[in-house]
Ligand binder design. Structure first.
Ligand SMILES: Cc1cc2nc3c(=O)[nH]c(=O)nc-3n(C[C@H](O)[C@H](O)[C@H](O)COP(=O)(O)OP(=O)(O)OC[C@H]3O[C@@H](n4cnc5c(N)ncnc54)[C@H](O)[C@@H]3O)c2cc1C
Length: 365
């Protein structure tokens, strides 16, 4: 039997997930998968992909390193703790996932094929000029004494330097002595890596009274926030190049899984996929507009971020917060968010987003 060919550009989370799901769905082995471009660095230099896992498939489930049912958001004045039964916060190691998806056996052609119906492009999207970037360094640390609460994730702790844009510390506690501790900034400009390393050290010393610790792994990330354009508009985009990256948070893993699993099923059933709108879209238009306004407000007043995040988290329950972060925002959640935020700032930001679009169009790097 002559096999039909599927061409995937980019061998990262989306490209490899699509290949794996297709090999599972294509039981009669009708399809041959070809890879092009470059391999992801997330295998050699692994990082953690975290997400709210209400409905993860069994394949993802078996690689989850840990699940948490509580998380907190902290600023100078307040601490909000969310609890959930239905949406645990989960984390997966990128090397484990890419390995399951066949990274080690991957044969990749550096030449990019011409666009076509079964050619999927996962090269990273183009970034809007002057847009915000989420930049971070995360260190997995091993402390001598127990310093972490292994039951609670710290999603954002704003009790750190706020002079260089919106900045928070994120902690994924694997045990009472071991955690991923990340310093994250959201800004239009980047900072030297030493800034993040110093911020982690200061936080561990000052907030957790931890002086002696070992750094056992380190990850670096630079994720664009806000408006993105496809790497090349002629191709069918998948992953962050197919609108899976949540504009306001940089989360993408779970939507990539939903998109690529669905796409694999479509292909295995010989459904024609020739247009971008035939590929699963992770976020609604309303969520995208809300995210754009929110990011404009952050850009205008980065020092207000701790207040905005605390206000939103106080208004929402754990399940509502997780739904919102996972792209399942109901009208009720949307209204709660709108009413939790200062109206004047957000109305101004809304007008600015409309004006920016009218006068400047979309200028991409
Ligand atoms: C350090 C880090 C931590 C993250 N943590 C989380 C998290 O906790 N939760 C979450 O949901 N998301 C997270 N993300 C965001 C997102 O989930 C990941 O970036 C994810 O890898 C996106 O998958 P992708 O397939 O779209 O892109 P990638 O995995 O980046 O794959 C793109 C592929 O295209 C190739 N490529 C790119 N440009 C070219 C080119 N010009 N020519 C040829 N090949 C090219 C690359 O080599 C790569 O193989 C994180 C990102 C980073 C960087």
């Amino acid at each position: 039997m002559v096999k039909k060919e599927v061409h995937i550009i980019g061998a990262g989370c989306a490209g490899l997930s699509l290949a794996r799901y297709l090999s599972i769905a294509d039981q009669s082995e009708k399809y041959k998968i070809n890879f092009y471009g470059q391999k992801s660095k997330a295998y050699e230099n692994p990082n953690y992909w975290s997400f709210w896992g209400d409905k993860v498939n069994l394949h993802v489930e078996q690689y989850i390193k840990k699940k948490w049912y509580k998380w907190q958001i902290i600023n100078k004045e307040s601490l909000v703790t969310h609890t959930t039964k239905n949406f645990p916060y989960c984390t997966i190691n990128s090397r484990d996932w890419l390995s399951f998806c066949g990274f080690e056996k991957l044969d990749i052609n550096p030449d990019i094929p011409e666009p076509g119906p079964l050619v999927f492009d996962s090269r990273n999207p183009r970034v809007f000029a002057g847009g915000l970037t989420q930049e971070f360094i995360g260190q997995t640390i091993e402390a001598i004494k127990p310093i972490f609460n292994p039951e609670i994730v710290t999603l954002m702790d704003f009790r750190c330097d706020q002079q260089q844009g919106t900045h928070f510390i994120y902690i994924l506690p694997f045990s009472s002595t071991c955690a991923l501790v990340e310093s994250t900034r959201i800004s239009q400009f980047l900072c030297p890596s030493q800034y993040y390393k110093d911020a982690i050290k200061t936080y561990l010393n000052k907030r957790l009274n931890c002086i002696e610790y070992k750094i056992i792994a380190e990850e670096y990330g630079k994720i664009p926030m806000g408006q993105l354009a496809k790497h090349d508009s002629r191709y069918l985009g998948i992953g962050s190049n197919g609108n899976c990256l949540r504009k306001s948070s940089g989360y993408a893993f779970n939507s990539i899984q939903q998109q690529t699993q669905q796409l694999a099923t479509q292909i295995s059933m010989d459904k024609m996929v020739t247009k971008q709108n035939q590929i699963f879209l992770a976020f609604s238009r309303l969520e995208t507009i809300l995210d754009t306004i929110f990011l404009m407000a952050l850009r205008n007043q980065p020092q207000k971020a701790p207040e905005y995040f605390i206000k939103i988290s106080k208004r929402l329950t754990g399940d509502e917060f997780a739904s919102f972060m996972s792209g399942k925002t109901s009208l009720n959640i949307l209204l709660k968010i709108i009413f939790s935020l200062p109206k004047m700032y957000f109305l101004k930001a809304w007008f600015q987003t409309i004006k920016a679009k009218l006068y400047h169009g979309n200028k991409f790097n």
